[in-house]
Design a binder for this molecule. Structure first.
Ligand SMILES: CC(C)(COP(=O)(O)OP(=O)(O)OC[C@H]1O[C@@H](n2cnc3c(N)ncnc32)[C@H](O)[C@@H]1OP(=O)(O)O)[C@@H](O)C(=O)NCCC(=O)NCCS
Length: 174
């Protein structure tokens, strides 16, 4: 018998449509103690639709990420969640990666986010993508929990270019 793959290869990450927002709300309510009200999700969607992405698996919405531009050069991950049944299979990482690409294309030189200090899974996800903790925001959440403020900086030249540069310097002769 073939072993079930841990990762899904057929997950599609795409821009959300208005029709997706009900499902986004469902995952939001399953994922957060104080979920965003539907009206706020619509507001976020209309203010920056290109940065509102969903993960779709066989016609079902299984995750989403909401981003915005805080300023001309700073992107912000406002919210991300994956349906509890589909966690731990790379969907969250794919969503953040795609979101960072969009924020970068929109002119971000850095991306900011806040995360509960107790949310080890999310912190580990963000660190694996190059985010670093830069501070603590006391009592950021409604229940009084603190948030870590995390940032990811994009290299000026682009990571690929930087990598080529590093390889180049290794193979260059004396
Ligand atoms: C945080 C969340 C979006 C991650 O989504 P996911 O699809 O489960 O994450 P992935 O499978 O893409 O995992 C990405 C990384 O997260 C970390 N991670 C995932 N599951 C983990 C677990 N159970 N324990 C520790 N780290 C874990 C790992 O670093 C992993 O990278 P790796 O697979 O290369 O080791 C998801 O757990 C979720 O929806 N949580 C509830 C909502 C939430 O907390 N959102 C964040 C608010 S700031």
């Amino acid at each position: 018998m073939e072993l079930e793959s841990r990762k899904y290869s057929n997950v599609v990450i795409r821009r959300a449509t208005m029709e997706d927002l009900e499902e986004v709300g469902r995952i939001e309510r399953l994922s957060f103690p104080n979920p965003y009200p539907r009206s706020f999700l619509y507001q976020l969607y209309f203010s920056f639709p290109e940065g509102f992405l969903v993960a779709e698996l066989e016609g079902r919405i299984v995750g989403y990420v909401i981003t915005r531009m805080r300023s001309r050069t700073e992107g912000h991950v406002v919210a991300i969640a994956v349906d509890p049944e589909y966690r731990g299979r790379g969907i969250g990482k794919s969503l953040v990666l795609r979101a960072m690409k969009i924020l970068r294309e929109k002119g971000s030189r850095r991306v900011r986010l806040e995360v509960r200090v107790s949310n080890e899974v999310a912190i580990s996800l963000y660190k694996s993508l190059g985010f670093e903790i830069e501070g603590v925001i006391r009592r950021y959440y409604m229940d009084g929990e603190d948030a870590y403020l995390m940032y990811k900086y994009f290299e000026d030249e682009g990571e690929e270019k930087g990598l080529i540069g590093r390889i180049g310097s290794l193979i260059r002769g004396p």
